[in-house]
Design a protein around this ligand. Structure first.
Ligand code: GLN
Length: 178
């Protein structure tokens, strides 16, 4: 919320179906996608939010939020569902466990300045369909080349947490979509 407000947006929390009314975009944040999937069902948010996403609500999914926007998960927990919308397959916890969390500089969408990215028990995109634009890949180390930021029409997703750095490029790109 702080990152979006720094970029000039007005924000509010959305926890119940009625709170979807009147919003122009939504951020599906990091957390734990298995829990998010269960809570979305328990709070009767799953179907209403999926429908809004299918009918054009712009969304930014970060980390667990990326998983929630993926059409396919390689290693779902039993019963884990996603809203879908982006034609990607994700691998959860792909870089390893919590202790394997790391920070890295990325080339982002052809920008000259590198983007500092914080990965916390992050997923990666194992494969992406033709209609998906790849915005960033890991640039060095053993996982170099892995896709970590994507966009398909009004949906964006990052493996990393853009809200914990002071580089607002991802949030600005999302607001441009909105
Ligand atoms: N590993 C988590 C999941 O599977 C995501 C972690 C995060 O959002 N930082 O949902």
């Amino acid at each position: 919320m702080a990152a979006l407000e720094r970029c000039g947006a007005t924000t509010r929390l959305v926890r119940r179906p009625s709170e979807l009314d009147g919003i122009h975009g939504i951020v599906l944040p990091g957390g734990e996608s298995t829990t998010m999937s269960k809570l979305a069902v328990a709070f009767e948010m799953f179907e209403p939010l999926r429908e809004r996403l299918q009918t054009g609500l712009p969304a930014l999914g970060t980390c667990a939020g990326m998983i929630m926007l993926a059409d396919r998960i390689l290693d779902p927990r039993s019963g884990q569902q996603t809203f879908g919308g982006i034609d990607i397959t994700v691998r959860r916890n792909a870089f390893g466990r919590q202790i394997d969390s790391f920070e890295s500089e990325l080339d982002f969408a052809g920008d000259a300045a590198p983007l500092h990215a914080v990965f916390i028990r992050a997923p990666w995109v194992e494969d992406a369909g033709e209609s998906v634009a790849v915005l960033a890949r890991v640039s060095s180390g053993p996982t170099a080349g892995r896709i970590v930021a994507v966009q398909q029409e009004q949906l964006m997703a990052t493996s990393f947490h853009p809200e914990v750095t002071h580089d607002d490029r991802i949030h600005r790109a999302f607001l441009n979509l909105v």
